[in-house]
Design a protein around this ligand. Structure first.
Ligand code: AMP
Ligand code: GLY
Length: 431
């Protein structure tokens, strides 16, 4: 099978790494890819949001399956365009991708399907939003309706911060059309959990659980990021709880979409908060998580390409997945300044040495290769270093040992990935 993966981050490197192991693969292209991905397949210089460029490439090269990494092209309708041209593509179509493309669409659907989520109100008028904020007890959660490159969620610690957020979103249009409508919702307390569900719109096949670390600094301090590390499985849920979560927050919403004539084909990412009143949905994403994918795929034994192809063709026939029992820990190495502004172009050293340890994979997230072969930083999140271990602690130690072999100017990473699970007294055997 000739495969095209769309995207350029750590998630796409992990997908490419897994797909490259499939006996069904004959040729792998990645658009645009990065310096790490280039070792697994041919990088093509087409951006992930250039849908017509990608379509022309897929036609010309007779691609058998296109796999879409990031959300933006999905929300913009890449799947509809490929399917109209008779090309197989993995991911939800434009209507289904509203699950991530519009927070309001997702919230209203959750209310209809009785999926537990934080109570919310929708605003388009800035003065009404401010009046409401003044009446709330902080922290106040404010979300732009549309895609805002990961910056559309504000956890305001005070009424003043809340007012500033709605001013920016609604009046100043900091996110353009995406912030014209906002959701203001209750703040939930608890531990976060990510559940990724493969589906053809009818059958579901959940991947192993994982937990992301959103804040930039240790002890969950500092600004929210795209994710600074992850581990899988998450011992906070056992198999039975996970099954219930998949039913009540995944299958129920996929069914509700189907009732509306929207067939969800692809992967549905359910972001949850495990509160003392049970699991509540924080958000849905319509793609693989980043960096969850880098922690989950090294544990997957089943051929992923086969499954993604089945779904793209319309019928998921695989009924179970085979997993490596060993936990996996992923540590993200980022550029100094991320998630704010940062410099690029610094040489990255020690990559080969770090990857020499068995059961360690260094996924590239934001790297580029110079003409002389030197790899340099080119993004906020630069690398995602994943390691498997007999225990969560062994996996964590192996990941950090590898991280310590890698250096680039200004590099920073969190020192406490998987700390929650290691501190809690929960047995990994449970999960
Ligand atoms: P979202 O893009 O909606 O997942 O929001 C990004 C991050 O903000 C989540 O992963 C949580 O860490 C946090 N968050 C979102 N909504 C809430 C909420 N209602 N209560 C507490 N934290 C939240
Ligand atoms: N790790 C969070 C996300 O992929 O959105």
């Amino acid at each position: 099978m000739k495969v095209l993966i769309v995207g350029s981050g750590g998630r796409e490197h992990a997908l490419a790494w897994k797909i490259a192991q499939s006996p069904q693969l004959t040729k792998l292209f990645v658009a645009p890819g990065n310096a790490g991905i280039a070792k697994l397949g041919e990088c093509v210089n087409i951006k992930a949001d250039d849908i017509s460029g990608l379509l022309a490439f897929a036609k010309e090269n007779e691609i058998d399956l296109t796999i879409v990494g990031p959300e933006a092209p999905l929300v913009a309708g890449i799947v509809d365009q490929f399917e109209a041209a008779g090309l197989a593509i993995f991911g939800p179509n434009q209507k289904a991708a509203q699950m991530e493309g519009s927070k309001i669409f997702a919230k209203e659907l959750m209310a209809e399907a009785k999926v537990p989520t934080a109570g919310f109100k929708i605003f388009t008028d800035v003065n009404e939003a401010k009046t409401y904020i003044i009446e709330q007890e902080p922290p106040i959660v404010i979300k732009a309706d549309g895609l805002a490159a990961g910056k559309g969620v504000v956890l305001a610690a005070s009424v003043e911060e809340g007012i500033q957020a709605v001013n920016q979103m609604i009046s100043e249009q900091a996110f353009g059309e995406a912030g014209r409508r906002v959701v203001i919702e209750k703040h939930l307390e608890g531990s976060e959990l990510s559940v990724l569900i493969l589906t053809d719109g009818e059958s579901v096949l959940p991947l192993a659980s994982s937990q992301d670390h959103k804040r930039a600094n240790d002890n969950d301090r500092g600004p929210n990021t795209g994710g600074m590390g992850a581990y899988s499985p998450c011992p906070l849920v056992n198999d039975q709880n996970l099954e219930e979560i998949v039913k009540s927050t995944g299958e129920s919403i996929i069914k509700k979409l189907a009732e509306k004539g929207i067939v969800y084909r692809g992967i549905l990412y359910v972001g949850l908060m495990l509160t003392d009143k049970g699991p509540h949905v924080l958000e849905y994403n319509v793609r693989f998580g980043d960096p969850e994918t880098q922690a989950v795929l090294p544990r997957l034994k089943t051929d992923l390409l086969d499954i993604l192809h089945q779904i793209a063709k319309g019928k998921l026939t695989t009924q179970s997945l085979e997993w490596d029992e060993r936990p996996c820990v992923t540590v993200v190495m980022a550029s100094g300044g991320y998630p704010g502004s940062y410099q690029k172009g610094f040489p990255v050293n020690g990559l080969e040495e770090a990857a020499q340890a068995s059961d360690v994979v260094v996924f590239h997230a934001g790297t580029a290769s110079l003409e002389n072969g030197q790899i340099v930083t080119s993004g906020g999140r630069v690398l995602a270093v994943s390691a498997l271990g007999e225990t969560l602690k062994a996996a964590r130690d192996a990941a950090y040992q590898a991280v310590q072999k890698i250096s680039f100017k200004g590099a920073f990473y969190r020192g406490d990935i998987a700390h929650r699970a290691l501190q809690s007294d929960v047995s990994m055997k449970n999960s």
